[in-house]
Design a protein around this ligand. Structure first.
Ligand code: ZN
Length: 146
C-alpha cells in the first residue's frame, strides 16, 4: 500500500473535472481504494475522493460511524429539506475554511468493494462528509459555496 500525495489548489484541473463512472470493480479499483485508505489515514481526514489523488474516477471514501467506507459510483437519491451550516475544510485546500449549508440527511446508493449495490440513510456529520466527497466527483469544491 502507498500513501499518495494529495492534489491541492482550487484551480487544479483534476479537482475541477467531473469524474468518470467506474464500469467494473477491477483489481486496479481495489488497489486505488487501498491506497486512498492509507492516504486519508495518514492525512487524518474524514473522507477522500479519487480526484484528490489525481484519479478522475467516481470513487470516494467516507467516514461513517467511525468506519472508513469506500463508495464506488455514489449517487444521492434523496436530500432532506432541512439544511444546516457547518464549517468545512478540505485536504486539497489547506488553511481554507468555508461555512457550507447542506441537507442534514441524505439517502445514498453506491457500489461496495464486492460490486454489490448498497443503500444507506445518512445523518448529520456522516451526511455532510458524504456530500463533500460527492462534490469532489463533480469537480465542486467548498470555495464554490462562498
Ligand atoms: Zn475535500
Amino acid at each position: 500500500m502507498t500513501v499518495l500525495p494529495i492534489i491541492k489548489g482550487e484551480e487544479t484541473e483534476v479537482l475541477r473535472t467531473k469524474a468518470a463512472t467506474v464500469l467494473q470493480v477491477t483489481k486496479e479499483i481495489l488497489k486505488l481504494i487501498k491506497n486512498m485508505e492509507e492516504t486519508v489515514k495518514k492525512a487524518e481526514g474524514l473522507g477522500l475522493a479519487a480526484p484528490q489523488i489525481g484519479q478522475s474516477v467516481r470513487v470516494c471514501l467516507v467516514m461513517l460511524h467511525g468506519k472508513m467506507t469506500p463508495m464506488i459510483n455514489p449517487e444521492i437519491t434523496w436530500r432532506s429539506e432541512e439544511a444546516t451550516v457547518m464549517t468545512e475544510g478540505c485536504l486539497s485546500l489547506p488553511k481554507i475554511e468555508v461555512e457550507v449549508t447542506r441537507p442534514v440527511e441524505v439517502i445514498v446508493k453506491y457500489t461496495n468493494k464486492k460490486g454489490q449495490e448498497q443503500e444507506r440513510r445518512l445523518h448529520d456529520l456522516d451526511a455532510k462528509v458524504m456530500q463533500h466527497e460527492f462534490d469532489h466527483l463533480n469537480g465542486v469544491l467548498i470555495v464554490d459555496y462562498q
